[in-house]
Each structure stands twice: as C-alpha cells, then as structure tokens.
Design a protein around this ligand. Structure first.
Ligand SMILES: [Zn+2]
Ligand SMILES: [Zn+2]
Length: 141
C-alpha cells in the first residue's frame, strides 16, 4: 500500500501512515456517531506504520480502546485499540483526513442496527450488527 498523508481541519495534526489495506469501514455505534456527528469512517493501520504529530488529545472510551482528536480544531483523528490481544495497537484513522479517502474503498458497515434510517452508502457493503461486532472482535466501543 502507498503511504498516505493527511491532516486535520486546521492542519496542526498531521498523520503519515501505510494502511493495512485499501478498504475502509464505517461504524455507527453510539460513541462513533456522537464523536464524529455521523459515524466513524476509517482506514486501518498497524501501530508501527503510523506517525501522528501535533496537539493530539486522547480519551479512554472503553476498557480496550481510546479515541483521539485535534485539540485545536476538534477533528476526529483515530480509534486506537489499547487492549492486549489480536487487535492490539491497531489504529482506525478517519478517512476524511485524506484527500479522496486515500484512494480506499468503503466495504463494510459496523453496528448496522444503530445506523440511522436514511443513511445509505452505495455499493455492496458487508454489514455487521452490534451483536456480530461484539462476537467477532470482542468489542468496538
Ligand atoms: Zn486541527
Ligand atoms: Zn464505533
């Protein structure tokens, strides 16, 4: 995968990363909707393939993850798995920080049972309910 360079609304936070794949997912869980205003559309990157610079503020939002934003402009930056286990140190970085979402493609939706009626992204998307997300990943919020 090509290296992606992105930044927040004000430009103070800069992210350089090599994504794990050219796919992105959107999550409609209660936290992601409140955090971003819509849902967190994100591109995954391993912890050793991402660099974040700037006034990053983080908040521990569950026993296994934290969320980060720019302390200057408030742009949502990433969801980061802090718990030990198979997903440890994975970053799910907001695709909106990159022009054209870094050239990635939306392939799936998480927490489809929390998706507001009227939201409909195009394409053949794989959907997972809250129960399916919890069963598969052991958690998301
Ligand atoms: Zn900013
Ligand atoms: Zn979520």
């Amino acid at each position: 995968m090509n290296q992606l360079n992105g930044q927040c609304l004000c430009g103070a936070c800069k992210i350089t990363m090599t994504p794990a794949s050219n796919e992105m997912h959107i999550c409609y869980c209660d936290m992601c909707r409140a955090w971003t205003g819509v849902g967190m559309m994100a591109i995954q990157a391993a912890g050793d393939s991402i660099t974040v610079e700037g006034p990053v503020k983080t908040r521990t939002t569950s026993e296994w993850a934290e969320r980060a934003w720019c302390d200057d402009c408030g742009s949502a930056l990433y969801y980061h798995v802090t718990a030990e286990g198979p997903y440890h140190d994975n970053y799910h970085v907001a695709s909106g920080l990159f022009p054209n979402a870094g050239g990635t493609k939306l392939v799936g939706e998480l927490f489809t049972d929390k998706r507001p009626s009227g939201y409909a992204f195009a394409g053949d998307l794989k959907g997972m309910t809250e129960a399916e997300v919890m069963a598969t990943f052991g958690g998301e919020p």
